[in-house]
Design a protein around this ligand. Structure first.
Ligand code: GLY
Length: 373
């Protein structure tokens, strides 16, 4: 078994997030006692990895089924969930059997949701293969699918039995997907752990190359630090009753950009602009100093992430932000910073402040630059 670091997530049923390379040897331990059947949910691009997982589990005595699902958001539908439930039903999965989610954030969301709903909840072990899934989607127990009306509208809190972050998987990531995933790590740097920002500043060139980064201790430390932030937050507030909201730093504006762009922007790119917007909002509200705002721009720009957005979409963005599920009543709510690692809330900001923050991040000409698609 390889060297790996372990982050424990507290809660009713604590679990481990293991970070390292070539971690499949940990999978049987995470499945736990009494499991006989395992369903591995995976997209077509990971069919070979899924076969390897199957062979390992069969050799260890499990009865293994594979559910190959569509790529990306296409898999987060009621129809695909029903296909997985069908496989579980045909194979007589019981409450003591388990699901494995092998893939990016969409797969871990789907696999988690299937596990949460089958027989009112069976174990799920998440094996995220993208940076975004390792530091965000696979950890913390949010599971869900989309409906015609919006993303993640149907779901459940269903913490995994364990998470295996195999950094070797990052080698085959598309560079722009990899860098977009780094935006969520940078977010953890601003809201909780500024050492993350220093590491990104010291190792920018390395972080622009997923193949080099995948085997470097720098990426391992960044993923571990971001997972520690997430573990601390969700260990205290699984159901987003308070503290967990800080993980949405940059997301209110970011989700609005994703909506206005009809989900053609990468999530991390939208969150990148969203963090600069909300940093400007905090500065204009007199709560954050110029240096921290500029650090948002410098760190994100150094990674090639966008920090501006087209100037002609304010009304659409406002409408989308008002519809965001985190809005309480008619009041817009933002997670802002008062300093590095000092998150706070800003509720119902003056519309002129919002418009002024938008002006600060508006791009001329209309199109912005950076990793978007
Ligand atoms: N992605 C934000 C959360 O897990 O709460």
């Amino acid at each position: 078994m390889s060297d790996a670091s372990v982050v424990r997530v507290a809660g009713e049923q604590p679990y481990d997030v293991v970070i390292g390379r070539h971690l499949l040897g940990h999978l049987t331990g995470m499945l736990g006692e009494g499991v006989r059947r395992v369903l591995v949910v995976h997209p077509a691009a990971l069919a070979t990895s899924a076969e390897t997982v199957r062979a390992d589990l069969v050799a260890a005595g499990y009865e293994v089924y594979l559910a190959q699902v569509p790529d990306a958001e296409e898999q987060k539908t009621a129809q695909v969930a029903a296909f997985c439930w069908g496989v579980l039903g045909q194979a007589d999965f019981t409450r003591s059997d388990a699901v494995v989610g092998l893939g990016g954030g969409a797969t871990t969301d789907l696999a988690g949701f299937v596990a949460a709903t089958w027989l009112r909840g069976v174990r799920v072990v998440q094996v995220p293969t993208t940076v975004l899934a390792m530091v965000d989607a696979a950890v913390g127990g949010k599971t869900g699918i989309n409906t015609a009306e919006g993303k993640n509208l149907v779901g459940a809190f269903h913490p995994p039995a364990g998470v295996l972050c195999d950094l070797a998987a990052v080698e085959s990531m598309v560079p722009n997907d990899f860098v977009a995933g780094l935006a969520e790590i940078v977010k953890c740097g601003f809201i909780d752990d500024p050492r993350i920002l220093e590491l990104v500043e010291e190792h920018t060139a390395l972080l622009l190359d997923p193949v080099a980064a995948a085997s470097s201790p720098v990426l391992a430390e960044l993923v571990e630090r971001a997972v520690r932030t997430k573990a601390r937050v969700v260990g205290e507030d699984l159901r987003e009753a308070g503290l967990r909201e800080i993980l949405n730093y940059g997301h209110t504006f970011g989700h609005a950009v994703e909506h206005v762009e009809r989900y053609r922007w990468r999530h991390g790119a939208a969150v990148s602009v969203g963090m600069v917007f909300v940093a400007e909002l905090a500065r204009l509200a007199g709560r954050l100093d110029d240096a921290v705002v500029e650090r948002h721009r410098s760190v994100l720009t150094s990674l090639g992430l966008p920090t501006t957005y087209r100037a002609d979409r304010w009304e659409q963005l406002l409408t989308a932000m008002r519809r965001d599920k985190k809005t309480r009543g008619d009041l817009l709510r933002f997670v802002v910073l008062e300093d590095l690692a000092r998150p706070a809330r800003l509720e119902g900001p003056d519309p002129t402040l919002l418009a002024a923050a938008y002006a600060e991040i508006s791009a001329t000409p209309q199109r912005t630059s950076g990793i978007l698609l």
